[in-house]
Design a protein around this ligand. Structure first.
Ligand code: NDP
Ligand code: HSE
Length: 429
């Protein structure tokens, strides 16, 4: 057992960072045994130094994160500031000063993961980020390491706790969108700017990270098709219920059947109530990974919140500390397949389309013809009429997204179609 401590700095001490500090203190003896050396919290960089931070020695607090990293005696930096800057510069500075990094920052990893991995490799240091995807759930390491000998073909799951919390409340209690978002924010689930959650950017960042790991290729945030959940209405939930479904914001990553390309997308989707993802409540996340030899694996657990996320950060801290003592580093980026990311138009799935139409003879035939002309086959149609107007709900068989978009464009041009009330993909059947 080494007695000289490994020195750790916390960059950020908010919802996640404060829990990391608390666990580092309360579990210090166990961490020492598991690592083989004590870990000492040597500094905490924040934005507002005067804020009271329970359980943290005030002498450790600084606003000068860069100076902390340049001290010359730091072994590991934990970045839990979030966002692009100053996090990116600080992580790079850490590597340049021989410091390994644990980060929970999915936005940064999705945007600049390749450069950060390259910097880590160049300086012979670790970059671990289990907490960046799906909170407490061990997912990044199992995919990066345990499944490294298998071939992952598909990943589908709920990877944003805030939006799952909101959708669950809307569905189960009839709560309004804003009320549910406020509750999720108060519970520490939402990002500093919750637009990142509700517009799907956070889930898209996680999708990019997972796709890169799953398919050993580079997938950036811009490669991920993204739709948020702000347009999901009570009417959509009612429609979903009639079909025996609920609505979830899903991340879906697929390797094409010929293995030559991949797709990555995030959008709300109807899923059958019988599907395991339908019963994922509150801020929980769940991810299915389909691998050639392993078959279907499901990862489930708390997807957000201070303590659950800190658990993942601490797991990484132990791994990186062990590597440091062994004078080794963990796995770096694996992007050797260089597969292209296909556009959303190539994705094949089913659709639920809700139309407001004139309630008169021939409308149904006109609508059906439009679907047929674009090669989209209809599975079911439900019509409800009232005072000369009607709502028409069409559920299709599997079709390419580009064909569906063409159909909707043509439907909008029909005189008898007053509007397209909603379009939702149907998954998990
Ligand atoms: P918070 O906003 O609660 O905390 C951010 C921390 O960073 C604060 O302590 C803040 O200081 C500090 N900070 C901000 N700017 C600077 C700066 N320029 N220099 C030094 N410190 C700074 O965020 P969270 O803890 O919720 O999230 C942190 C990271 O973890 C993000 O990347 C997030 O995406 C990720 N994450 C969050 C989860 C969650 O459930 N909350 C779950 C999984 C990942 P001050 O306290 O003075 O304001
Ligand atoms: N805002 C994120 C979420 C935090 O709600 O999932 C966890 O990454």
């Amino acid at each position: 057992m080494r007695t000289r401590p490994l020195k750790v700095v916390l960059l950020g001490c908010g919802v996640v960072g404060s829990e990391v500090a608390r666990i580092m203190t309360t579990h210090a003896d166990d961490l020492t045994q598991r690592i083989g050396a004590p870990v000492e919290l040597a500094g905490v960089a924040v934005r507002r130094p005067s804020k009271v931070r329970e359980g943290i020695d005030p002498s450790l607090i600084t606003t000068d994160a860069t100076a902390l990293l340049k001290r010359g005696d730091i072994d590991i930096a934990i970045e839990v500031i979030g966002g692009i800057e100053p996090a990116r510069t600080l992580i790079t500075t850490a590597f340049e000063h021989g410091i390994s990094v644990v980060s929970a920052n999915k936005a940064l990893l999705a945007q600049d993961g390749a450069a950060l991995h390259a910097a880590a490799e160049q300086h012979g240091r670790d970059l671990y980020y289990e907490a960046a995807v799906a909170g407490a759930i061990p997912l990044v390491r199992p995919m990066r390491e345990s499944l490294a000998g298998d071939k992952i073909n598909r990943v589908m799951g709920i990877v944003n706790g805030t939006t799952n919390f909101i959708l669950d409340k809307m569905d189960s209690t009839g709560a309004g969108y804003q009320e549910a978002l406020d509750e999720a924010t108060a519970l520490g689930y939402a990002e500093a700017d919750p637009t990142a959650d509700v517009e799907g950017y956070d889930a898209a960042a996680k999708a990019a990270i997972l796709a890169g790991i799953a398919f050993h290729t580079r997938v950036r945030l811009d490669d991920v098709y993204r739709e948020g959940m702000t347009e999901v209405s009570a009417a959509d939930f009612a429609s979903a219920k009639r079909m025996g479904c609920t609505i979830k914001l899903l991340a879906i990553l697929e390797r094409a059947a010929d293995g030559e390309s991949v797709t990555a997308r995030v959008h709300p989707a109807m899923i059958p109530l019988s599907h395991p993802l339908a019963s994922v409540r509150e801020a929980y996340n769940a991810v299915f990974v389909e691998a050639e030899a392993a078959g279907r694996l499901m990862f489930y657990g708390p997807g957000a919140g201070g303590a659950p996320t800190a658990s993942a950060v601490l797991g990484d801290l132990v791994a990186v500390a062990r590597n440091k003592l062994a004078e080794a580093t963990g796995p770096g980026e694996s992007a050797y397949t260089q597969l292209p990311v296909s556009p959303m138009g190539d994705v094949v799935t089913r659709y639920h389309i809700s139309l407001d139409v004139a309630d008169k003879p021939g409308v149904l035939a006109q609508v059906a013809t439009t679907f047929a002309e674009h090669g989209v086959s209809i599975d079911t149609v439900r019509q409800q009429g009232k005072d000369g107007e009607a709502s028409l709900v069409v559920v299709t068989h599997r079709a390419a997204d580009a064909a569906l978009s063409g159909t909707v464009e043509a439907l909008r041009k029909l005189d008898t179609v007053r509007g397209v009330a909603s379009i939702m993909r149907v998954e998990g059947e």
